[in-house]
Design a protein around this ligand. Structure first.
Ligand SMILES: *Cc1c(COP(=O)(O)O)cnc(C)c1O
Length: 360
């Protein structure tokens, strides 16, 4: 048992059994006598592992038959470019909903490729909320509509997804994939950097509907075409072998926990512990509107920046680490991904109550 609870926004906490099995595989993977860092990505042992990782993810998320699972590099940030390079055909418009820094980075990249319509934005309210359905102005016949399902920095989260009808809905789920049950068939493409909720940095999971994988213009560089990675089962070039192994272990751990539905319930309880304190306190102030609150990343402020500094160092002395807000917004942010145990949330809640009592 370790002596810290990790609230890092990403790379983030991983389940302890995953760290243990990974440390074993770092020495000897699948009885090959080789480390997972030494085996060939073309070996039969690794081929079995990648295929099992895909089928575990399909089972856990209920991914329909007509979707492919890809393991790519370049982070979620490369998907900001790959999505429009593949899907935003000439003469078409892509709708983007701007709910925070990551959405606006995605918008910036898409504008380099083609025509973008910002269909709704909460920027003028400092990204403290998710736009309501009647604020969203979709383009008829758009190439796709892009959202960020959970806003890691601002701490807001889509509670239900916009209905884009025939227009493919594309979601950056980097910070809430596998944290709640979703209907994958409602999406054309989902992507997520693994390092928040499903593994280490170095691999990005893309879930893509078959028809969307074939749309890239011919002059798209090979590595940036989804079809390249679909046709080679993510092994056109050397894939991130070690990160994929860790994702595999995380998926097995999720099954051991009872699947995403069970984890979702736990995530709700963990978040409620902290939100209850924010709502009943004059000392702490949540920064996101109630109807848009994230269950993964909970930002809040204290009465002064000096108290925030004190809070962070006192928390860290108690083994509660990684609570500093993003540099662009300041304050405190408790990131409570799947692998943060209930006890971690409880310890943070107890610490918050005691700290407020002592300082007010
Ligand atoms: C962290 C994060 C990113 C950036 O991910 P990289 O893998 O570092 O490129 C993008 N979107 C969201 C929602 C994130 O939380």
């Amino acid at each position: 048992m370790r002596n810290v609870f990790i609230f890092n926004p990403g790379p983030a906490v991983l389940p302890e059994p995953v760290l243990e099995s990974t440390s074993k595989a770092a020495i000897n993977f699948a009885n090959t006598g080789m480390s997972i860092m030494e085996v060939s990505h073309r070996s039969k042992e690794f081929d079995a592992l990648i295929n099992e990782t895909i089928s575990l993810l399909k089972d856990i998320m209920g991914i329909p038959e007509n979707y492919k699972v890809l393991f790519l590099q370049g982070g979620a940030s490369l998907q900001f470019a790959m999505v429009p390079m593949n899907l935003l055909g000439a003469g078409k418009t892509a709708d983007y909903i701007d709910t925070g820094s990551w959405s606006s980075n995605a918008i910036k990249e898409a504008k380099k490729i083609g025509q973008v319509n910002v269909a709704a934005s909460s920027k003028d309210q400092d990204y403290t909320r998710i736009p309501s359905p009647d604020e969203i102005k979709l383009t008829p016949g758009a190439a796709y509509c892009h959202i960020t399902s959970n806003n890691t920095i601002y701490g807001s989260q889509w509670q239900s997804f916009p209905d884009t009808k025939d227009v493919p809905l594309i979601a950056d789920m980097s910070s809430d994939i596998l944290s709640r049950v979703i209907d994958v068939s409602k999406f054309g493409l989902i992507y997520a950097g693994a390092q928040k909720n499903m593994g280490p940095s170095g691999v990005t999971v893309v879930i893509i509907r078959d028809d969307l994988a074939e749309l890239a213009p011919d002059n798209t560089p090979t590595m940036l075409k989804y079809s390249t990675h679909v046709s080679k089962n993510s092994m056109h070039n050397t894939c991130p072998v070690l990160p994929i192994f860790v994702v595999h272990e995380v998926l097995k751990w999720i099954i051991d926990q009872g699947g995403v539905a069970a984890i979702e319930k736990l995530n709700e309880k963990k978040a409620a512990l902290i939100y209850d304190i924010l709502d009943s306190s004059d000392f702490y102030r949540g920064t996101v509107q109630k109807d848009s609150r994230s269950k993964m990343n909970i930002p809040f402020r204290l009465p002064s920046e000096d108290l925030e500094k004190e809070f962070l160092s006192a928390a860290s002395a108690k083994g509660l680490v990684g609570l500093k807000g993003h540099r662009s917004v300041g304050g405190i942010r408790a990131s409570m991904y799947n692998a943060l145990p209930m006890e971690g949330a409880q310890r943070l809640a107890d610490f918050m109550t005691a700290f407020a009592k002592e300082k007010s």
